[in-house]
Design a protein. Sequence first.
Length: 753
Amino acid sequence: MKKNFLNYHKSLGYIAIAVIGISPMMQVKAQENSKNKMETKEIKNSENILLSKWTGPYDGVPAFDKMELSQLQPAIEMGMEMHLKEIQKIANNTAPATFENTIVAMERAGKELDRAFTYYGIWSSNVSSPEFREIQKELSPKISDYSSKISQNKKLFERIKTVYDNSLKTTLDEDQQRVVQLIYENFAMEGANLDKNAKERYAAINKDLSKLYTSFSNNVLHDEESYVTYLEKDQLDGLPDSFVKAAAKAAKDRGEEGKYAITNTRSSMDPFLTYSDERELRGKVWETYYSRGDNNDEYDNNELISQILKLRNERVKLMGYENFAEWRLQNRMAKNPENAMKLMNAVWPAALARVEQEVEDMQTIADMEDRNITIKPWDYRYYAEKVRKDKYDLDSDEVKQYLQLDNLTQALFFTAGELFNFNFSPVAKGSVPVFHEDVKVWEVTDKTSGDHIGLWYLDPYARPGKRSGAWATTYRSYTTFDGKETVLASNNSNFVKPAPGEPALISWDDATTFFHEFGHALHFLSANVKYPTLNGGVRDYTEFQSQLLERWLSTDKVINQFLLHHETGEPIPAALVQKIKNASTFNQGFETTEFLASALMDMKYHTIDPENINPKNFEKKALKELNMPEEIVMRHRSPQFGHVFSGEGYATGYYGYLWADVLTADAAEAFAESPGGFYDKDMAAKLVKYLFAPRNSMDPAEAYRLFRGRDASIDALMRDRGFPVPEENMENNSQDKNEDLLEEMKEEKKDNN
Ligand SMILES: [Zn+2]
C-alpha cells in the first residue's frame, strides 16, 4: 500500500507545471501562434533554439542535442512575454466574445513557452546542475507573476464568462462545452468572479496563507532538525549494520563521535522502530517523532492550524461556498466531501478489524517470547516485522533473478499490443535527438493500420543530476483542433546501470513501478481529444489508469514469456509469485488505518466551522469518535500534516490515493471476471475507449460507469487488502451479507492458489 498511497508526484505530464508553481492556466497549450505584432520577437526567437519550432522526423522532435543552459532563462522570459501578449490580444478584442475568438485562441496561445518548458523540465528532472538551480530560483517568482497576470486578467475572464454563459443557453459540441466549463471553473475557483473589494480581500488572504504555510513547514523542519536521540554502543541490539553505520555518521556530523544518532525524520524513525530491541528507546523515538510541531513552544503549529482553517474558510465563503472542502472537491471525481467521506467510512471499520487481528498476531509472538508486555504504538513496527518473517518469508534477491529490465520492457510492449493494439519499434540511433546517451526511443504505431501514433522515450538509469524515483511525462500531447499533433511521451526511472554485458536486474517493487509509469505513458499515447485543456488530469483520477496497468505484471502471459531467470531462462516459479501476492496484503491494517486516520481528519478539518477550533482537542476528540485503535497513530498528526497545512496541494485531497485505489481494484476485477481474463478483447476495447482515450474530455465518473456498467464498488479493494468485514461495524450490511463476503474472500484465495 505504501506504493499505492505514497507515490504522488511520480507522474508529471502536464502536472509538472503545478510542481514549479504555475497555475492551471499554464496548461493551456496550442498550435503555432498566428502571425501578429511580434516580428521583432520572432527574429530573436529564431535565435533561441529552445523557443524554435521543432524540426526533424515525426512532425518535429525536441532538439535535445542542441539545448544550452545559457539560453534557458531568456527563452522562458521571452516565452512568457509572448504568451502574455497573445492573452492581452484575446482579452482586448473588441468583437463579441465567441468560442473561436476566446477559447480556441487561448488554446492556441503560448506555443513557444510550451516548448521552452519542455527543455526546462529536462533540466529540472533529468540533467540538473547547480547552475540550473540558480536559474530556477530566479525564474520561479517571475513565473508566478506571469501566471497571476493571466488568472487575474479581468477582461479576459469577462470574455470567458460570456462564452460560458452563452453556452448554457445555446449548447456547443460536447467537447467544446467541456473545455469552456473547465476553463471557466478554473478562473472562477481562483476568485475571478468576485467584485473589487472581495477580490482585494481574497488576495490579502492568499498572501497571509502563503506566510502561514511557510511557517508551518519551517516549524516541522525545525523540530525534525533539533531533536536527536543519541545511543551508546550497548543500545544497538537488533539494528541492521547499514543503519548502525548511518547512525554513527549522523552522530559524528553533529559532533558526537562514538555515539549513534537517531534523527527525528521518518527515514530514521521507521527502521529504528522496526528493528531496535530496546523497547524503552523505541518509546522515546516514537514520542519525539509524533510530537513534531506540538511541543508548546514557539515552533508549535496548533495555533497556525486554526489560523489557516479560518482564512481558508473565509476565502471560500467570499465565493459563496459552504466550506473549503466543498470548494476544493467540485472538480474532482469525488465531487463533494460527502462522497469522499462515504468511501473512507466504508473502508474504516474493515481496517480496524484487520488491526485487531494484526495486534493479536503480534501479541502471540510477544507472549511466546515471554515479554510480558501489551502492544503499544512503538511496538507495532517491531512485532509486525517478526510476523512478516514468520508468515511470508520472501527472498527479494531470489525474485530479482527473474526480472531483467530488457525483458520487462518487452513485457510492456506486449501488454500495450494486447490492450491498445500498439506496436513499438526502436528508431535508428541518432535519428531522434536525445539528451543523454542512455535514452532510447521507440516509434509507436497502430498494429493493424500501421498509422503513426507517437514516440516513446525511455531514460532508464540513475545518474548524478537526475531526480530520484520514477515518472512519466509528455513533450507533446495529442490534439486535433488545429491540425493533428502526435504524442511524444517519456518514461524515466532510476535503475542501477549494469556493468557492460550484464543484465539489469530489478526488484519486484521497481518492476511494478515500471508498469505503473508505462500506464501514464499509455494514457498519453492513447489520448483522443481535440483541445489541449482536455488533456489535463483530475487529481483523484489520474493515478487510477497507471495503478491499473500494474496488474498486468503478474498475469500468466507476462510471467511465462518475460519473467525469465537471467541464467537458466526458466520462468519465475508459480510458488514464488504466490508468495509475492500473499505478502502484498501484509500489514494492511496498520497501513490503511494510519493513512485513513489522516485522510479523515483532513476532511473533518475542512468541513467544520473553524471559528473556535482548538486543533489539539479537536484531533483527540475526533479520533476518539472514530474508535482509533490505541496501537496506531495518524500517519501525519495534525501539527505535522504538511500535505494539508504547508500548502494547498493536498488539502482535502489526501483521500485521493484511496479513491484511485478503489477504481483500480474494481476495474481489475472486471478483467479478472471476463471470459478472456486480463486479455479479454472486449474489455480491452472498453478500457481504451472509456478510461484512457477520453482523458479529461468526459466526466470521470461517467466514463467509469460506461466502462463498468455501474459505479465502482469498494468490495474489490477490501478483497485486495484481505480485509475481514466485522458485522457490528457495518451498519448498512446485514450479517448474511457479511458472511457472503467472507465466503467470497475465501473463494478468491482458493482461485489464486
Ligand atoms: Zn503515477
